[in-house]
Design a protein around this ligand. Structure first.
Ligand SMILES: C[S@@+](CC[C@H](N)C(=O)[O-])C[C@H]1O[C@@H](n2cnc3c(N)ncnc32)[C@H](O)[C@@H]1O
Length: 290
């Protein structure tokens, strides 16, 4: 099939499901992924012949897009902080807001090179691996309760050529689990986390592709205890951060003030709340008082 015909078939098949600009963006991304052809090369190669195997890949993508599956899962990769990450249905797709969290940690720790960093709820490993890449002298640890997410994170560490130590761990039961994985007396200079924080009441604002396809384990908390992960991580950090060590969180935009109070009452000083590029309260940090 000619590329021109394939493109027409792709646009026609999805025109009831997505706006044209989005279909164009999907086609460009998939062409780069399946045909190794950049967006600007498509109009120059409209009469190129595309093999049956490759057109099948586009047909399969059309079927998945019709089910509102995120394009990142269909391609199996995404970009985060200038690096490439494998993603699948067991991992949250890394978000641009989280890149801002990584940027904050990177800037705030630039003077100390040989620090130890722990990322809690690592998913694809995007935070831990980006920090390891930009701080080659740091020792980076990453934990998650999900075996399947950790398997993806380990592949991503290899792909990005960093040494990160991965730990299977349930942070909600940290006091009980810490001795088993050697974390009872281990201390860190930095703890960073983007834990689950979406309340059921916020699901109405979310798009179908997130609701239907991204892992519930990575996203949701109960309406009546939305800070459950933040409380557990703050308690863990109060014990396992070094004196003057720093805790960084990505947060639910509606719970900024509650987060500041939580850190202040848990023995953290210099508490700072930061907005993301969209102007929403999105990150908080505090320093453990000596
Ligand atoms: C919001 S996602 C963040 C993933 C990744 N760090 C990112 O920023 O894209 C939260 C992660 O926490 C993990 N998680 C959920 N419950 C957990 C628990 N009890 N202990 C440790 N990790 C948990 C999920 O598997 C998921 O990978």
């Amino acid at each position: 099939m000619l590329l021109k015909t394939l493109r027409e078939h792709f646009y026609t098949s999805l025109k009831e499901d997505y706006p044209e600009t989005e279909i164009q963006s999907f086609f460009n991304l998939l062409s780069e992924c399946f045909l190794k052809m950049k967006g600007y090369e498509i109009p120059l190669n409209l009469y190129a012949s595309i093999s049956g195997k490759k057109t099948e890949k586009f047909d399969n993508a059309i079927k998945r897009l019709k089910k509102q599956e995120p394009i990142q899962y269909i391609m199996g990769v995404t970009e985060f902080y200038g690096l490439s990450f494998k993603v699948n249905e067991n991992t949250l797709i890394p978000r641009p807001e989280t890149e801002e969290l990584v940027q904050w940690v990177t800037e705030a720790t630039s003077s100390t090179d040989t620090i130890s960093i722990l990322d809690i709820g690592t998913g694809t490993g995007c935070i831990a691996i980006s920090l390891a890449k930009h701080k080659p002298d740091a020792t980076v640890y990453a934990m998650d309760v999900s075996k399947k997410a950790l398997a993806v994170a380990k592949i991503n560490a290899k792909l990005n050529e960093v040494n990160t130590e991965f730990i299977e761990f349930d942070i909600l039961d940290w006091e009980h689990n810490a001795p088993e994985v050697g974390l009872e007396n281990k201390t860190f200079d930095v703890i960073v986390s983007n834990p689950p924080y979406v309340r059921a009441l916020e699901k109405a604002d979310m798009s179908a592709n997130v609701l239907k396809h991204e892992p519930a384990l990575a996203l949701y908390v109960e309406d009546d205890d939305p800070l459950v992960f933040y409380k557990a991580i703050t308690d863990f950090a109060a014990k396992n951060l070094k004196a003057n060590g720093r805790l960084f969180f990505e947060i639910n935009q509606y719970l900024g003030e509650e987060m500041v109070q939580l850190l202040e009452k848990s023995g953290f000083g210099a508490v700072e709340l930061k907005k993301d590029m969209f102007g929403n309260d999105r990150m908080v940090s505090g320093i453990k008082k000596p």
